[in-house]
Design a protein around this ligand. Structure first.
Ligand code: ZN
Length: 303
């Protein structure tokens, strides 16, 4: 469903003054009707951060240290060597959304927080009347915009998030938390913007599991080059979510592979191999999966 320009910023607030008064102001600009602050855009995507110069300097540094991670195109599901695994992940999330919302129903506002190139928004759009996506990486948001013309996309800092309290009914937070040094602060920020009774779907690698710690020990280059700063298990991320005030509804392990990153990518592109690893892994090593999905809610009175 397309959203009119007046409604596009519903639920979002001005980073400078906190007022729910953002409106389109000429080409590629968003202005605050309360304090008058004007926010520019990068490649047509509004930059809703308090101090863009500071953030862009940090981004330049990240790009310099690891340009591939910053700029490399995130392949769509069907083009990835892990396409069968990614499909299993998507089907799990889709079934969780359908269960939470009720068959055929949509969330009023759905946010993909850390949407990257926007590949997930393509199917998440089926579960939201109004779909939002944010990232701090404007290079990726430009690609997300090309794929998702109807979504409200913006650059945002998760730790200073430009949204009202309880703004979103569903938040999809996929493979982001392991990159954020202050993960508890990020989870608290998400809790603030989730509606009571709403659903958080959090995905992260299960890299704290001994199986994947073993994979890292066998490949010194992988541990040197990873940009992850947390290596969770279902238990460690679940405890952090509880500490941040969430009620965890489900912890799901998903995807199994050989403890060797290069080999994993080479052989799991075959559906039969991915299916066999899944069958054997679920039966023999249920907590050594490669991916974790946690479903959580915020308790309180639903609006
Ligand atoms: Zn303002």
């Amino acid at each position: 469903m397309s959203v009119t320009s007046e409604a596009a910023y519903a639920g979002l607030v001005c980073p400078a003054c906190g007022a729910s008064a953002l409106q389109v102001s000429g080409q590629e600009r968003v202005a605050c009707g309360a304090c008058g602050e004007v926010y520019g855009a990068v490649a047509g995507v509004p930059v809703l951060v308090r101090n863009w110069q500071e953030l862009s300097a940090e981004l330049e540094e990240a790009r310099r240290v690891n340009p591939l991670w910053y700029e490399a195109v995130q392949p769509p599901e069907e083009a990835s060597p892990w396409r069968h695994h990614l499909k299993k992940r998507r089907l799990y999330v889709e079934s969780a959304l359908a269960r939470h919302l009720g068959a055929g129903r949509k969330a009023a506002r759905l946010l993909d927080l850390g949407c990257g190139d926007g590949n997930h928004l393509l199917w998440l759009a089926r579960y939201g009347e109004h779909v939002y996506g944010s990232d701090y990486n404007a290079v990726r948001l430009a690609r997300a915009k090309a794929l998702n013309a109807d979504a409200t996309l913006f650059v945002a800092d998760i730790l200073d998030y430009p949204a009202e309290d309880s703004a979103f009914d569903v938040i999809f937070f996929n493979h982001v938390i392991e990159h954020i040094p202050d993960d508890i602060a990020a989870l608290r920020a998400i809790r603030r913007i989730l509606r009571p009774g709403g659903l958080l779907v959090l995905g992260t690698p299960n890299e704290g599991a001994w199986w994947w710690q073993w994979a890292y020990r066998r490949d010194a280059a992988a541990i040197m080059s990873t940009d992850h700063c947390h290596f969770y298990t279902g238990q460690t991320i679940g405890l952090k979510m509880i500490k941040a005030g969430f009620k965890v509804l489900d912890t799901h392990h998903l995807g199994w592979g050989p403890p060797d990153w290069a080999l994993d990518g080479r052989i799991r592109k075959y559906k039969m191999v991915d299916d066999l690893f899944s069958l054997a892994g679920r039966a023999l090593l249920p907590r050594q999966a490669s991916s974790l999905y946690l479903l959580a809610t915020k308790e309180g009175v639903s609006a």
